[in-house]
Design a protein around this ligand. Structure first.
Ligand code: FAD
Length: 155
């Protein structure tokens, strides 16, 4: 009889989502996904379509298989490899047999004057685009868009 294995996936982006689709098909695997964004995985490559009228639902990737537990809006803040547990910003501790880090990258912002000012945004998530649109709706100055490198990251 197959043993149950618990996989915890940190990050519900495009890579984490694809992993879950594949791993959920393996019998005896229990998967918990922890994503810090307030919504389930979406097509980040086509993020700019959001400015062209696509909705968040239009960008959504297919729902994760029902055998996976997806917790959105929950950030992993610590990994304890001794006890094989992760801790989240909601105070939850979750044990794992296998831990998958699918945390993607964060936008690197160079140390230029004004980077901490209001209406200075990065361009990575739907929430970022909402914030840019809100800044663009402010009177006087149009938003200034600057392409920047993204760096890989881990919790
Ligand atoms: C505007 C834009 C356009 C792009 N266009 C292209 C393109 O044309 N072609 C191309 O190949 N690539 C493109 N990319 C890059 C592509 O989107 C990324 O390579 C891809 O999304 C990477 O997937 P990922 O799952 O590794 O990371 P991500 O999509 O970044 O997902 C990682 C997820 O993990 C979450 N996370 C991070 N740390 C934690 C934590 N501690 N706890 C919980 N969750 C956490 C993040 O919030 C995020 O939701 C584009 C990216 C952007 C922003």
């Amino acid at each position: 009889m197959a043993c149950r294995t618990d996989k915890v996936v940190v990050g519900n982006g495009m890579v984490g989502h694809r992993f879950v689709e594949l791993a959920a098909a393996i019998p005896g695997v229990a998967i918990t996904v922890l994503g810090e964004e307030p919504r389930a995985a979406y097509d980040r490559v086509h993020l700019s379509d959001y400015f062209a009228g696509a909705s968040a639902s239009d960008l959504a990737l297919p729902a994760a298989p029902s055998t996976a537990t997806v917790r959105v809006g929950e950030r992993v803040t610590a990994i304890d490899r001794e006890s094989k547990t992760v801790r989240t910003d909601r105070g939850r501790r979750i044990g794992y047999d296998t831990l998958v880090l699918a945390t993607g990258s964060y936008p690197f912002v160079p140390t230029i004057d004004g980077r901490d000012r209001p209406h200075c945004h990065v361009y990575r998530t739907i929430e970022d685009l909402d914030a840019i649109a809100a800044s663009g709706a402010m009177p006087r100055r149009p938003p200034h868009l600057q392409g920047l490198h993204a760096r890989r990251r881990s919790p």
